[in-house]
Design a protein around this ligand. Sequence first.
Ligand code: SF4
Ligand code: SF4
Length: 63
Amino acid sequence: MSSLDIDKEKCVNCGACTAVCNEDALCMEKEDWTLSFNESVCTHCNACVKACPLRVISLKYTA
Ligand code: SF4
Ligand code: SF4
């Protein structure tokens, strides 16, 4: 099992992660341009982790 951890305090809402997510698991809220994450459709492909320029996304592996 794995889950995605996003440090929203450090996120600058640049959209780099949403651009590479093929599952629409990450998207920008149109109202306030904050990042939203829908874990139920995330495939843990790691693309957003690599795309984030600030490295605020990480994949956590749980037992
Ligand atoms: S790990 Fe992959 S599927 Fe999940 S949010 Fe990131 S880019 Fe999207
Ligand atoms: S790529 Fe990183 S800094 Fe940019 S919106 Fe995504 S989590 Fe935030």
